[in-house]
Design a protein around this ligand. Sequence first.
Ligand code: IMP
Length: 191
Amino acid sequence: MELYFATGNPHKLAEANSILSKFGILLKPAPSPKIEIQSESLEEIARYAAEAAYRSLGSPLVVEDSGLFVESLKGFPGPYSSYVYKTIGCGGILRLLEGCTDRTARFECVVVYASGEEMRSFIGVTKGSIAEAPRGSSGFGFDPIFISEERDGKTFSELRPSEKSAISHRGRAFRALGEWLSCSGREHTLK
Ligand code: IMP
């Protein structure tokens, strides 16, 4: 089965495909860019983008929106993660947390599937904390400063891609999509 994935992020595409290949699903990058509205809800952002992408493509697709939520910063950067990464980056988050004892954080991911007849959301969350300094070299975005509570002190950037996907917000959301698509008997091929 093939579906479009409206994303400009090649890391997200690679992570999603490594998960969905186990379900016999291949995501192809959508030819049009993801439309991003401003909202405090990842799901609202993803659903709006999925509607807009379906209008322009007319083919079944998925859209994903994700973000890093830092507890002691009242959830910042959350839905603004992409902009915050581009502007102040990992170093900026570390500076905001200087002297902070509570470094609890989580990643959230919402995947929206749209086929014209229906639209469904799949949510994935992973909990952890913000490291004192960046570590590791794989992954993207805030991976070097995020320590999962499910891996002994390693940042996401210190894990192999398959280890990250096994516990990540994106891994969880795309696995839920893969399971649902497999059970539903839907068959999609792109024109
Ligand atoms: P958006 O979903 O395109 O709005 O971007 C979400 C932003 O959150 C990304 O640009 C990254 O900075 C950050 N982010 C989301 N997921 C991850 C991840 O798995 N690792 C590291 N950073 C992430």
